[in-house]
Design a protein around this ligand. Sequence first.
Ligand SMILES: *Cc1c(COP(=O)(O)O)cnc(C)c1O
Length: 400
Amino acid sequence: MTARIPLSAPDITAAEIDAVTAVLRTPHLSLGPELAAFEAALAAYHSVDDAIAVSSGTAGLHLALLALGVGEGHEVIVPSFAFVAVANTVLQVRATPVFAEIDPVTLNLDPAAVEQAITPRSRAIVAVHTFGVPADMDALQAIARRHGLVLIEDACEAIGAEFGDPPAARRVGSFGDLAVLGFYPNKQLTTGEGGAVLSRNPAHAARLRGLRNQGRLSGAGWLDHGEPGYNYRLSELACALGRVQLSRIGPMLALRQAAAERYDTLLAGIPGLERPALSLPRRVISWFVYVVRMPESVDRDHVHATLARHGIATGRYFAPIHLQPAWRAHSSPGAGRLALTESIARRTLALPFFNRITAGQQQDLAEALHDAMLSATVALHKHNEAIVVQDFNAVNGRFD
Ligand SMILES: *Cc1c(COP(=O)(O)O)cnc(C)c1O
């Protein structure tokens, strides 16, 4: 069933449709002028030397780790409160993800926890700008420098966000040794599937371009492979879509900012509901999702299910990586010290959020959310009473 109010929705105009159909009238469907134009525009937007477009954000993370020499025997410090690709790609290069705790306000890696997670085998930090809120790049850069680690920014949720004090504030993606963007349809900018790696180092850029294209050497022939590589190319159709989306990124982010501000007002009256900060010191937020936190007394999953029955989609972002069935079997270093990650993740709910969400839809959501929270509180109390009765019976030796 498609939801009456979806969790996310791409914003595609006639300009995108025209650009993609124009590509179909040319003989260049891959590795053509749209790739060059999209990469140049991405690099310029982020004030970096190079952007290397790839087939997904996950592919970008994989290549960034490879290009920075992360491999067997290395540990990579990552958040567990993140998208699973952040840890999967570390495994794919045969390194070990080490989970570190997050800051309760920004939901990004806590620099003090990162420092504690460092061992002689540490090689890299992946800083995720979670939900479009920049991580503390000053602190993370300083730690990386002090310990000789490489720093990768996962900016898949944060295109256009900025960190630092004006006038020195910079867009995220320009702080790390490499940075990764993602263009899945729920992101601020979409190419259907796609991603990019941002580089400030020509040697890294050349290596990334080779690895994305079967390890082909730049300037060499189609059958000259410098190293084993991958097919992580992004088609001309996707690049055309991305180029037009990027040309509209300012107005698109402004629509999201306005939607976040409307939510902030509409939800202010719901008792116990924690809203995300609309602004944070030293940061310009790029609104990827709008994530609220339930009070402990409310059963978040009950709220999620109730809203779904009313045709309103919400997301339980994020389910911690170290608690996933695929990851429980791994003895992931750091997994034992993630109490904050676990308690926050139990309470978060991403609300419907996209460029063209209407004030009316947001109003509907606010009312439905308030009602769902009231019924979820009751449900939780009943559940607890049942447990109390059970415990009482158990203590009294009655197991009926
Ligand atoms: C979306 C996202 C990615 C990349 O996802 P793909 O689906 O592979 O493009 C990576 N990291 C984070 C934190 C993301 O949100």
